[in-house]
Design a binder for this molecule. Sequence first.
Ligand SMILES: Cc1ncc(COP(=O)(O)O)c(C=O)c1O
Length: 264
Amino acid sequence: MSKRTINFYAGPAGLPLPALERAKEELLDFAGTGMSVMEISHRAKEYDAVHEEALALTRELMGIPANYKVLLLQGGAHLSFAMIPLNLLRHGQKADYLVTGNWAEKAYKEAKLVGGEENVKCAGTTKELKFARLPKPSEIKIRKDASFVHFTSNDTVEGTQWHTFPETGGIPYVCDMSSDIMWRPFDVKPFGLIYAGARRTSGLLVSPSPSSGTTSWRCARPTTCPATCATSSTPRRTACTTPRPASASTSCATCWPTTSPSAA
Ligand SMILES: Cc1ncc(COP(=O)(O)O)c(C=O)c1O
């Protein structure tokens, strides 16, 4: 491979090179099955292990408490725009929406179709300013009897991102984090529900470009994992600091570069 493109898309993000290389290798033989993960049954124990690890890593990375469920669902954010009010706004319950851009507005319109104009209200917007900024705290009006306050943590089209989450007086947040989930640590507990597309920004990191030099890799998580890194006997996700060539193609998927090839 001669080059890796640095990807600045607002949508799908670049993945770490070791993760891509591992996926490439496992395409013909995943976990000794002689098949790719896409060809085995979704009830196979090998697939089940992938599924369970994805849930456990999400829980670990985001510090999600045990009383929350982590679900892998189909349909992306668009389906959730409808699914959330269908599930949470039964029996005339109310919801307040902060309308801060294109995606927040879509979620709001969908919720109104399900919950009705009376129950679903806009609690704050800067639409009249073409969403040039977020609403100020003084411009936000949350109803005391709202079941939840919906907001979009980063409304991708206009770039209106909440660096401090809105004040709701303890009413739980429901949040579309499609374009910035896991970009920084945050406290999950004020959130009743968070949704986001898995293919987007999770753990975004620019992949290192291939180089003939030596890159130091370290594993992302300081906890233990049963699998073993293929290029050293260091268990995955313990502090794996073994220097290895940047071209090593069998490093474990959770290894990050600590020094870029150009800086090395
Ligand atoms: C903040 C936000 N919400 C929702 C969407 C739509 O997501 P999906 O394609 O998963 O329906 C996007 C972009 O695609 C987005 O950036």
